[in-house]
Design a protein around this ligand. Structure first.
Ligand SMILES: Cc1ncc(COP(=O)(O)O)c(C=O)c1O
Length: 353
């Protein structure tokens, strides 16, 4: 087991092609009003909702490596999928346009929306992304990776007939497959752990980082980053869509692929992958009264906007874990805000009483 310095890790990562899409580092600061009420001495927030590309979010960091890979494969079109209000799809469309590529988005109807012109979809339409709305067979859930790639392969064939060179990437930029054969999303989040640990007050690493887990690479990259730096930081993933027994193998697979891709000499254990699936609520993309309440509370106490699909659930989880004394009172807890806020405007009918 080797412990690496941040400089060593940054040098390894610097060998990977990257296009600049973000303005980094994102801010890290202490929240003022929430921690005391929930029995925490210190709760910090890392604002990855402020990465700078089209409303920001965790996906813009990943896309710096993914679009560089697409460009190195001489692609002129990026094809991916997500749900109707997918933050990933918006970020991909913005990144693709910025790099001169055509975005094609397959949006699966995993939930009902009364308008297809709001939130992320509005911005995707302003970006003139090629949007295909698709039905799902699995009620309330996204199709699995194989089904979705079969769908994308058909779209890719159409694009190739028109003379395009497509790059296919899976939802969230997390799992390898399609045109992406390295865990580039997780690579970006390993860098985030390096950035975060360098920003901590008094240089003391966080005891816990709490994050919404959707397609897995954000958590996987943070875990690998923490272990490679020799930190005891525990990365707590709050599941937003599936049960933890479905997430654990995904996060493990991505993390192990990253360790291998970088040739890191570190051991990973399933105990490193901490997941809670107690906060799924009514299911993926369904906005419950509890979600509306937390969004209102955090906005009023901290002036901070959470999104209804990911970060609201992660915050519900964090505050409940604090209440249940999962954290020690003296623990330094960091909430990673992963963005997604434009979706708020698509869910107003569930958010307002
Ligand atoms: C706003 C937001 N937060 C968190 C996540 C989860 O990140 P990951 O897909 O890397 O698990 C996503 C995407 O799924 C997201 O859109």
């Amino acid at each position: 087991m080797t412990v690496y310095t941040s400089v060593q890790l940054e040098e390894m990562i610097a060998r990977w092609p990257r296009v600049r899409l973000t303005s980094l580092p994102t801010p890290l600061y202490r929240l003022k009003n929430l921690p005391g009420e929930f029995g925490l001495q210190e709760l910090l927030i890392k604002r990855d909702d402020l990465t700078g590309l089209a409303f920001g979010g965790n996906k813009s960091r990943k896309l710096e490596f993914i679009l560089a890979d697409a460009l190195s494969q001489e692609a002129d079109t990026v094809i991916t999928w997500g749900s109707l209000q997918s933050n990933w799809c918006l970020q991909t469309a913005a990144a693709a346009r910025k790099c001169g590529l055509k975005p094609v988005l397959v949006l699966f109807k995993t939930y009902q929306l009364s308008s297809l012109d709001q939130g992320n979809l509005l911005i995707e339409k302003l970006l003139e992304a090629d949007i295909r709305i698709a039905e799902t067979e699995v009620g309330g859930k996204s199709p699995d990776q194989d089904q979705a790639f079969r769908f994308l392969a058909e779209v890719a064939r159409e694009e190739m007939k028109k003379g395009h060179r497509p790059y296919l990437v899976s939802v969230g930029g997390s799992m390898t497959g399609g045109s992406m054969d390295k865990p580039l999303g997780a690579l970006a989040y390993m860098l985030n752990m390096i950035e975060l640990s360098g920003q901590m007050p008094d240089s003391k690493p966080p005891d816990h980082v709490v994050v919404a887990t959707g397609s897995g690479a954000t958590q996987a990259g943070l875990i690998v980053g923490a272990r490679a730096l020799g930190l005891n930081t525990r990365v707590v993933g709050i599941c937003v869509s599936d049960r933890k027994d479905e997430f654990l193998p995904r996060v493990r697979k991505i993390a192990l692929e990253l360790v291998e891709a970088l040739g890191l000499k570190i051991n990973l254990d399933d105990r490193d992958i901490i997941l809670f699936d107690d906060y799924l609520g009514e299911g993926y993309g369904r906005v419950s009264a509890e979600i509306a309440t937390i969004i209102r509370m955090v906005l009023q106490k901290e002036g901070l906007v959470l999104d209804p699909v990911y970060t609201a659930k992660a915050m519900i989880g964090l505050l409940d874990l604090a209440r249940k004394k999962f954290f020690q009172p003296s623990d330094r807890v960091v909430f990673l805000h992963t963005g997604g806020t434009p979706a708020l405007f698509a869910f107003s009918e569930w958010l307002l009483p």
